[in-house]
Design a protein around this ligand. Structure first.
Ligand SMILES: N[C@@H](CCC(=O)N[C@@H](CS)C(=O)NCC(=O)O)C(=O)O
Length: 128
């Protein structure tokens, strides 16, 4: 029975995953920022790293919003990269994505879970 359930969910992932990635490709429009604006934004956001799964809908939501704000996030694949997974568990406390690692100037780190909180944080950064 467990094998049937596993195959069922794998089938759903196989169908829904490409649809989510297609949505991301269509929805991810970059804003038109001039070079100084983009450089200032890159500088403000250089300490941000998104721990994610490629086809997690909450991660897609964060990536689309970041792109639309002009934010270029560093990304770590916590699904297939075991080192990234360990970092997430050790730093954030749980293997749940999306999680935004916010690294300050002095190397201090904050781990932010919840896609809505991450989106709000990115919007605040981009508009401040
Ligand atoms: N409410 C969370 C939901 C995040 C969520 O459910 N993520 C899933 C992947 S799509 C996950 O990390 N699951 C692993 C787990 O919960 O252990 C958000 O909006 O970020």
């Amino acid at each position: 029975m467990r094998a049937v359930i596993r195959v069922f969910f794998k089938g759903i992932r196989l169908v829904v995953g490409p649809m989510l990635l297609a949505y991301e490709a269509l929805a991810s429009r970059r804003p038109k920022l001039d070079q100084p604006q983009q450089e200032a934004l890159n500088d403000k956001t250089k300490g941000l790293t998104l721990y994610q799964f490629k086809t997690c809908p909450f991660c897609v939501k964060v990536r689309v919003r970041a792109t639309r704000l002009g934010i270029q996030l560093n990304k770590r694949d916590a699904q297939h990269d075991s080192q990234a997974r360990e970092e997430l568990l050790a730093g954030g406390g749980e293997v749940k994505v999306p999680c935004l690692r916010i690294e300050g100037e002095k190397g201090e780190k904050q781990w932010m879970y919840e896609s809505d909180a991450i989106v709000s944080y990115l919007e605040q950064l981009a508009t401040s």
